[in-house]
Ligand binder design. Structure first.
Ligand code: Z2T
Length: 813
């Protein structure tokens, strides 16, 4: 553990930073300046720890993992770093000396939102775990100037605004100017023959972009290991071309510079959706080329050659976005260090592993070959050669299965299929939940599985549980500590100790009262942000995640509209009050997703207008769902909506955060819900809906007719009619059509209507269970107690042992 600091000593340090950086005394410093000064003091401490481990970290026999990801979603860092370093109280005390409240500084910090959702947050959870387990591992990504957009709701519609997080978030970034890299785009290849008759490829007429590292230090809980998240920022090697400038071609001289800088300007806001854009290819190559060059250079500082590169680095690819690491490493080995194909391929394939995060066809990256060839001619020629060799292997393995061979090809019909390239070149491929990994083996990658079954494995996702329990829900954390001791903070499986109290009425009562306090905090936030007064004794029913049709926020809305219809018909109906809470961003160009947000918002207003229903059902759409907002929602949630169509959600991680905070899952047998079910048992969750096999069968039969369903079910017909006639005077015909007659293709492709009755029954069971306070609290306790397996520490240990081959840096030195 880091040494203890006295408040007095911290005060001196903070004052020193204020004086030297801002020329201010504490009395006349702004809140921002105090925030910056405090962060700088902590950054210094982190840097010291970081330096302490550099020697071990650079040891080539001590393997480290490089986690490549286009997205990281760290959220806020101040509270997390203080918690991890064990310095929260000391800083709180020091700041109190100026009459400053540390909570106010926490609230000032913008989220580092360099990701869309699950995939990016997972990457950040894993970095936390790597540091906490005292392993060596670094993230590499892009320093987007604008992260995920900020969502505003205006007149019930989503409006996107820019997320200018660096204005304060830059405080955690350390620029390492001396470690910049050059990245080369475009140009052409020339064959040059030397005296010995050997051919060398020379890359000419390329455009150079400079990559500047901005490093964020990553602490772990109760750990001396501080790792790095390296974020690359793009810039041009020329500020302005003075030659052109002198000739009066000012605009042209600025063009180059802009082209370079635009690369790291903005995060693509599409979650699980690919569009084959040129800028996106440039972003990928930019951060991959800079990262791979750094690894090779650093390796050669401590080793004679690259033969043992794979003993030094395990390079992990977070979905296919960083796939270019494969051909880029091949290029560096062959073109820059004279390796032959075979030996380069041997080392590269021992280095790379890959996690798949989705089976949704629209999310599988396929680059147009001609575009790729133009932007990255050398990488294109390498991928062609990988494909050629792979085709030869396929012909041997599947001589009579041409369709299968085509499916498995890397280049096909003018497209580069990144997933097939990843599977071909990785020593290990994993899915993110047991069910998802089964689907990879049996469907998406079945041919590869037949060829190399041992390549495939599963590592179920996990979360940085200390963030969502100890930091976000301190009251619950304190109760657990009081009952079970502090061990759960290091070893999440100790949460199971709570089970000893499942029949202890006083513990159940305390759980209830903690939940109530957390609900009051969220209620206050809702009052301030939505101008809605919610009943803190109503059931807080939460669906927070990206907006996607497959996640079926629409099914949730169907149930609310159905309740509304019933209440209008029968205003005296007895009902346990419910507050339905939504949070969801829609990709800017995703029309249906935006319509669903609009529906939620109009329905919210409509319910609120109606005195006959508003005291029993309320809908709250919280704008700008983010890591920080989730830290307030999870502790207050009672029902966790995990209602994706079975087979579509690879894992889900919000389901784990909600369970950990005592919410009870209402869900389908999809993704990690299956493992939640195994952890807590049928009696501690609410399952409904079709199973994967049933969905498959429905798809195969092709006989599904949502229209017929609605003919035979008055409730469904009434919901569709309500949407057509208008909710709060807005009609939702496009949604109705997408369900009944098909909008852009098949109707109701995610079986909202087919699963509706089953969902409705499960919702009734929720209400019934909630009536029995004791039973509900017991269920809630069982969920908290069972959440231990969803710790990111557990996931990272599995990756470390089974995939990366790494260990704590302090073991067997
Ligand atoms: C994403 O957040 C996820 C999958 C993607 O596939 C892309 C993005 Cl941005 C390319 C999510 C999955 O939808 C979710 O089920 C999973 O829990 C999460 O990744 C982390 O594995």
């Amino acid at each position: 553990m880091i040494e203890k600091f006295l408040a007095k000593e911290l005060i001196e340090r903070i004052e020193g930073k204020l004086q030297r950086n801002f020329g201010r005394e504490p009395e006349d410093a702004t809140k921002q300046q105090i925030f910056r000064a405090v962060c700088l003091v902590i950054r210094d401490m982190m840097s010291e720890l970081w330096l302490e481990n550099q020697e071990i970290l650079n040891d080539p026999v001590k393997k480290q993992v490089i986690y490549l990801s286009m997205e990281f979603l760290p959220g806020a860092s101040l509270r997390n770093n203080l918690f991890n370093l064990g310095l929260s109280e000391a800083f709180q005390e020091a700041l109190a000396a100026y009459g400053q409240n540390i909570e106010e500084l926490y609230e000032l910090e913008p989220d580092a939102g360099l990701g869309n959702g699950g995939l990016g947050r997972l990457a950040s959870c894993y970095l936390d775990a790597v540091s906490s387990l005292e392993m060596a591992g670094h993230g590499m990504s892009i320093c987007y100037e604008y992260g995920i957009f900020k969502q505003k709701i205006q007149d019930g519609n989503q409006v996107e605004t820019a997320d200018d997080w660096l204005s304060l978030g830059d405080i955690w970034l350390i620029e390492k100017e001396d470690e910049k890299e050059e990245v080369h785009f475009g140009g052409k290849l020339e064959e040059v023959w030397d005296d010995t008759g050997k051919m060398k490829l020379i890359h000419r007429d390329y455009t150079t972009v400079i990559a500047i590292p901005k490093d964020m230090l990553i602490t772990g809980f109760d750990s001396r290991v501080v790792n790095t998240l390296r974020l690359w920022q793009s810039t041009s090697p020329i500020s302005i071309d003075m030659g052109l400038f002198a000739k009066g071609e000012y605009l042209k001289s600025m063009e180059e510079k802009h082209k370079a800088e635009v690369i790291s300007k903005i995060l693509y806001p599409e979650d699980a959706h690919e569009e084959g854009k040129m800028l996106r290819i440039n972003q990928q190559y930019f951060f991959i080329s800079a990262s791979m060059h750094t690894l090779v250079k650093n390796h050669l500082k401590v080793s004679e050659n690259l033969d043992d590169f794979h003993h030094h680095y395990a390079v992990h690819i977070n979905d296919t976005h960083p796939t270019m690491a494969i051909p880029e490493l091949m290029r560096i080995f062959m073109d820059e260090y004279d390796y032959e194909w075979e030996s380069a391929w041997d080392i590269v394939t021992k280095t790379i592993s890959y996690t798949n995060h989705t089976v949704m066809p629209e999310a599988l990256e396929q680059w147009p070959e001609n575009l790729f060839a133009k932007l990255l001619p050398r990488l294109h020629s390498i991928v062609k050669e990988i494909d050629r060799r792979q085709n030869a292997n396929l012909l041997k393995a599947f001589p009579d299965e041409e369709a299968l061979r085509n499916e498995m090809a890397i280049i096909h019909n003018g497209k580069l299929r990144m997933a097939n390239l990843c599977v071909t070149a990785s020593h290990t491929v994993n899915g993110v939940s047991a069910l998802h990994s089964t689907i990879l083996r049996e469907k998406l990658f079945h041919g590869f599985y037949r060829m190399t079954p041992d390549k495939f494995t599963n590592v179920t996702n996990g979360i940085a549980y200390r963030r969502w329990l100890c930091q976000a829900n301190p009251k619950l954390s304190e109760l657990i500590e009081e009952l079970c001791g502090p061990g759960f903070k290091k070893d999440a499986s100790e949460l199971a100790g709570l089970l000893a109290y499942q029949d202890d009425a006083s513990v159940l009562e305390r759980l209830r009262s903690i939940k109530k306090e957390n609900k009051l905090i969220l209620a206050e936030y809702i009052k301030n942000h939505n101008n809605i007064i919610v009943n803190p004794d109503s059931i807080f029913d939460v669906q927070v995640k990206r907006l996607h049709e497959y996640k079926r926020q629409l099914l949730n809305l169907f149930h609310i509209m159905d309740l509304y219809n019933q209440l209008r018909e029968n205003p005296q109906m007895e009902m346990q009050p419910r507050t339905f809470i939504f949070g969801a961003k829609a990709a800017a160009g995703y029309y249906m997703a935006k319509q669903i947000i609009r529906l939620a918002c109009q329905l919210s207003a409509q319910l609120e207008k109606d005195p006959a229903v508003r005291d029993r059902i309320k809908l709250v759409f919280l704008e700008n769902y983010s890591v920080s907002l989730s830290e307030m929602i999870m502790p207050a949630a009672e029902v966790s909506e995990q209602i994706s169509l079975a087979g579509k959600e690879a894992s889900g991680t919000g389901n784990m955060k909600l369970m950990l905070n005592g919410a009870i899952t209402l869900g389908t047998m999809d993704g990690a819900n299956v493992e939640i079910y195994e952890a807590v048992g049928r009696e501690n969750m609410f399952l409904f809906g079709m199973q994967v096999e049933e969905v498959d069968q429905m798809n195969q039969e092709g006989l599904y007719s949502p229209w017929c369903y609605s003919q035979g079910n008055a409730n469904i017909a009434n919901i569709l009619e309500l949407m057509s006639k208008g909710i709060n005077d807005v009609s939702f015909m496009d949604i109705v059509n997408s369900l009944t007659t098909g909008f852009n293709g098949a109707s109701d492709p995610y079986y909202v209507i087919a699963d509706f009755e089953s969902y409705k029954q499960a919702q009734k069971n929720v209400t019934a269970a909630y009536q029995d306070i004791n039973r509900w609290q017991k269920m809630s306790l069982a969920n908290i107690a069972g959440a231990g397996i969803f710790s990111a520490d557990r996931s990272v240990k599995e990756y470390a042992e089974r995939i990366w081959g790494i260990d704590s840096i302090y073991d067997i030195l």
